[in-house]
Design a protein around this ligand. Structure first.
Ligand SMILES: Cc1cc2nc3c(=O)[nH]c(=O)nc-3n(C[C@H](O)[C@H](O)[C@H](O)COP(=O)(O)OP(=O)(O)OC[C@H]3O[C@@H](n4cnc5c(N)ncnc54)[C@H](O)[C@@H]3O)c2cc1C
Length: 285
């Protein structure tokens, strides 16, 4: 299909993008990689009168790492994340998840900021962002502010982004001590999107007990969520297969499940438990 007519503006800076969004008062949309927005435009599921292209803003690109965190610019592509030596070393589960997004073309165009801003309930990165407690930096008319991922994604295709806000970067804290992470996904055979995707981070203390556990689940429910019941069943327990088997049974305790042509709600609940077990088993430090 052919999109409705729209005007095209090329932002010269993040500030300029915010100014353009403000001046078009809810009629404009940011264009990053276009791999979610363009299909929506073609189906006429959205019809903004202006597209503000931020694709040329080098200030939004790149990966930097310190002792405590890895910061990824919003325009950094999935391929750049998947292939980054820094991310592979510091946060391998993030590289692992990015590698599983769509196909090569999607990974070369789609961006981390675009993926989180779009908040597709079946996209991969929200699960990893939840398991790593990521924080987004936004720029809006009043300057910059930070928002944890758990407060950012509010529902299917719904976020806390204000009408004139731009996602600038995403900070992924590096867990402390002895830890490991993993991402396990059952991809939809046609699109590659997650029917269910589970990201798990486990850290253990000197005695081999689980000190920290974070589990993010995407695809299965209407909104990606932290599996808090699973986490509670892990903390303070021995880091072994039996603990994981029991904890994974709680993977469907949160989240609002519904079925579609491909997978019923019951099947999604079942997949949640299976993929939680797999991700946790690989995340045993
Ligand atoms: C065939 C196909 C298969 C795919 N498979 C997968 C998959 O397996 N897993 C997966 O997770 N994803 C998948 N995707 C989606 C892909 O990851 C997209 O890149 C991503 O969802 C959106 O990123 P984008 O840069 O293309 O954003 P765009 O399409 O440009 O924008 C998406 C939305 O976010 C807003 N936006 C974008 N950037 C910003 C910003 N910096 N600040 C504020 N708002 C912003 C836009 O206004 C728009 O509303 C697939 C896409 C396609 C076409």
């Amino acid at each position: 299909m052919i999109p409705s007519a729209f005007a095209y503006e090329r932002a010269q800076s993040v500030r300029d993008a915010v100014r353009l969004l403000e001046s078009h008062q809810g009629e404009a949309k940011i264009l990053s990689g276009g791999h979610s927005l363009i299909p929506l435009l073609k189906l006429r599921l959205t019809s903004p009168s202006v597209l503000i292209d931020i694709g040329g803003l080098s200030e939004l690109r790149g990966i930097s790492a310190g002792e405590d965190q890895v910061v990824v610019g919003a325009l950094t592509t999935h391929a750049e994340v998947a292939n980054s030596p820094v991310i592979k070393e510091k946060l391998p589960l993030l590289a692992e998840a990015a590698r599983q997004i769509g196909d090569l073309q999607v990974r070369n165009r789609g961006t981390v900021g675009g993926s989180l801003a779009h908040a597709d309930p079946a996209s991969d990165l929200p699960a990893v962002a939840l398991a790593l407690d990521a924080v987004l930096t936004l720029e809006g008319p009043d300057g910059r502010n930070e928002i944890p991922i758990g407060d950012f994604i509010l529902g299917p295709l719904l976020t806390a982004l204000g009408g004139s806000d731009v996602v600038v970067s995403i900070s992924f804290p590096i867990p402390k001590g002895r830890w490991k992470g993993a991402y396990e996904k059952y991809p939809h055979p046609a699109s590659g999107y997650a029917v269910v995707g589970v990201a798990a981070v486990l850290a253990v203390d000197g005695g081999g007990l689980i000190r920290e556990a974070r589990v993010g689940i995407t695809g299965a429910a209407d909104t990606p969520y932290r599996a808090r019941e699973v986490e509670a069943a892990l903390i303070g327990k021995p880091a072994d297969e039996e603990t994981i088997r029991q904890a994974a049974e709680q993977a469907d305790a949160e989240g609002s499940f519904s079925g579609d042509l491909f997978a019923s709600a019951d099947y999604r609940r079942h997949l949640c438990k299976v993929y939680a077990r797999r991700a946790l088993a690989r995340a045993l430090p």
